[in-house]
Design a protein around this ligand. Sequence first.
Ligand code: ADP
Ligand code: MG
Length: 605
Amino acid sequence: MDKYQVLAEYFGFHEFRQGQDELIDGILSGRDVMGVMPTGAGKSLCFQLPAVMLPGMTVVVSPLISLMKDQVSALTQCGIRAAYINGSLTEKQISVVMNRARNHEYKIIYVAPERLDAPAFCELCRDIEISMICVDEAHCVSQWGQDFRPSYLKISSFIAGFARRPVVCAFTATATKRVRDDIVRLIGLADPIQVVTGFDRENLYFEVVKPKDKLVALRRYLDLYSGTNGIVYCSSRKAVDELTQTLSEERYSVTAYHAGMPASERKRSQELFIQGEKEIIIATNAFGMGIDKSNVSFVIHYNMPGDIESYYQEAGRAGRDGSAANCVLLYSPNDVRIQKYFIDNPEDNPELTEKEKRELYLLRMDKLNHMINYCTKAPCLRNYILRYFGENPVGRCGNCSACNGSGMSIDITLQAQMIFSCIKRVREREDKEVIADILKGDATDYITYRKYDKIKTFGAMSDTAKSQILLHIDYFLSHMFIGERNGKLYLEEKSKDILYSGKRVRRLAEKQENKTLNKQKPLNVRLFLELKALRREFARKMSLPDFIIFTDATLRDMATAMPDSRGEMLKIAGVNERKYDKYGAAFLKVIIKHRVKDVAKAERP
Ligand code: ADP
Ligand code: MG
């Protein structure tokens, strides 16, 4: 079988992505290789595919247990025999795996770096044919990378122990020169073929905002993105816990992840997110390396990370399936203080000399400065990142908040494509209602009579409410992507860019939000928190659970509608006469106090 056949047969893909071809050819010709590609580019395939074709077994060194498990199950799904050995297995399970490996039952075995000096494992590697050693997440070998793992330093002596040296390959998403040089030197790659692919991730929209109140901003984003999956990164465990609690009380579909949680809970949380039972995971940077969840459509940083490498890697977990995704960073000067604290109080590393410590300090400060500049000064966010990684983009990207002007926005390219192609299919002879019905997949008499239920776009937006489809159509009308003549929709020139030239469209959320704001007042967060505190008091006094007094939803309604009388209060869902008589008056008092404050504020010049 040649590499194309393996690609199709085992992986189900029909073409290589940028860089894969060259790296695979290198390995198959017996050369060492180093692949530097951004997260999501498809590095795994570069070693997994040749591993299938090479005669012996491939050993993959990988830093994280979760990563190994996922990759091995993905390989098994593809019909490639693979296994892993790490601390999550019992001794007995390890010996089963080792015996099977001895019987040539695996093409690929994943190991944690600690395994490389276990005598039994070394013996196994001497006894069977090892064709390739692959170091995944190879930046972990470098103290200058962001995830230094001292046990990665064992790799070179492990390789040196072979009588016949296997091919060695290394992969990372960290592209700074210093880290790249370290990888070649510390792993001992022999004159490797190096492939560094472009770092741009076109489908990601970058956004930096400096909100007055991060929680309020976060909620607005989560509402904007509701129904999709995303990650919210925080810089501390405490922030993760607090946010998770607040948001889950407000009925957001969230789960938490940080290294301070018991392993079983962490694992459960990760699974809930990966399987889509929870839409949002709120996490520290402990979450994510090697997570291959393809449908993450947003990554929000609640705090600024310490360097661009970390930021890009974390943000890059969005949109791995290639569809449009949002990367938002909520910046505040306090984030700088937090990161400075981390730099001033580093983890003790006895392997470093004083001079090296000083050097590391300066390096980290320099990295932090770049990160701050990204948040505060970059004229184009994407280009700033690309330049940081050594690329030389020209012009501006036009696809980030620095280029587009700030304001929440969402990508509606897909919706545009569906609506435009539907208009085209019906030869520009139908009105909005009919177009919306076709897209919704509503087989009305007229639609079946016209045989529109046979066209490709019929039901293409079946999971979108018809009212929403109509809103999209109105948006495209008002932005002159389409026009209306005698009530029939037709395509304007501008729509062709989107249908045929791969141009993207975004819609500013603010316009839409302002409309709803007029109808419906926003939640008064401070009031909501006060009402919750009051509820707590009642609950404690009466030894009842909070929600028996009033649910969060009821308090939210109160803090939104801000009723000012008994009658108004009784209109709130969840407040009946009995409850009003028991608690209502006390809650009403708090609300009225807030209304007075609001009025006073509004009247001041
Ligand atoms: P990373 O570079 O971050 O390690 P992965 O190897 O996990 O990325 O790959 C990211 C995604 O891209 C996976 O879902 C993988 O199946 C997919 N992928 C890799 N190569 C190809 C290809 N040639 N065609 C289509 N999808 C691919
Ligand atoms: Mg990977």
